[in-house]
Design a protein around this ligand. Structure first.
Ligand code: DX5
Ligand code: ZN
Length: 221
């Protein structure tokens, strides 16, 4: 499966997020990761659909939109219209997950499901078995803030998800998000990771370090 390094603009300057986008574009990245926080599901706020729409203008990047919201189903239309290419929703809050997944799909967007570090793979098994997913996101920190430490134990869940997709015809990509840096790449690849989200470890590094990071992931430019 294709390997991707998705810079998270949460680590950019929020008074000038277009600049973070430009860095990713100049680096010839394919994806950009956009973290949406509601102050309820996670104890932080980030930005909303208008910001995503403004960033979308003139950008060819693949917009990987990660909704950290208690009621993600209420915002699917807004983020779809704003230009999301992939919309990922968390399994932990209670709403009709399958209906939300089908809604995203009906808008011709790719769809992902995210689980927090303490959420077992078992909690998404019925979804994996009943609907086609493009991506499963394993959070490698408790979501809400950039710059936290990578939780290694999560890789056991990645291995499990990689084994499951080999058995069934649900060929989702596996994404890790939170505390990911070049030092974790090999272990993640060995476990079955396809998409590496990196905020701090991307934007706080030099251009040559960013290039080396992407090469180690195996992203083809
Ligand atoms: C965490 C967010 C991440 C965050 C990653 O709540 O979902 O996408 O931006 O940032 P780093 O790479 O700094 O941990
Ligand atoms: Zn994220």
């Amino acid at each position: 499966m294709e390997k991707i390094l998705a810079p998270s603009i949460l680590a950019g300057n929020h008074a000038n997020l277009k600049n973070a986008l430009k860095i990713a574009e100049t680096d010839q990245r394919k994806w950009i990761h956009l973290d949406i926080m509601d102050g309820h599901f996670v104890p932080n706020l980030s930005f909303g659909p208008q910001t995503v729409a403004d960033l979308r203008e003139g950008s060819e990047l693949f917009f990987d939109v990660h909704l950290m919201l208690d009621n993600p189903h209420l915002y699917i239309d807004a983020f779809s219209k704003a230009g999301a290419d992939l919309i990922t929703i968390h399994i932990e809050p209670s709403y009709d997950h399958l209906e939300a997944i089908n809604h995203i799909r009906s808008l011709d967007k790719k769809v992902g499901v995210a689980i927090n570090p303490s959420t077992p793979v078992d909690d998404i098994l019925n979804i994996i078995n009943s609907v086609k997913l493009d991506l499963v996101l394993c959070m490698t920190v408790n979501p809400g803030f950039g710059g936290q430490s990578f939780i290694h134990d999560v890789l056991e869940k990645v291995e499990k998800l990689a084994a499951i997709r080999d058995e069934i015809s649900n060929n989702y990509m596996i994404e890790v998000d939170g505390g990911v840096g070049p030092e974790h790449v090999q272990l993640c690849l060995d476990s079955g990771v396809d998409v590496f989200v990196a905020g701090t470890a991307y934007f706080k590094r030099s251009e040559s370090e960013r290039r080396a990071f992407a090469e180690s992931v195996g992203e083809n430019i």
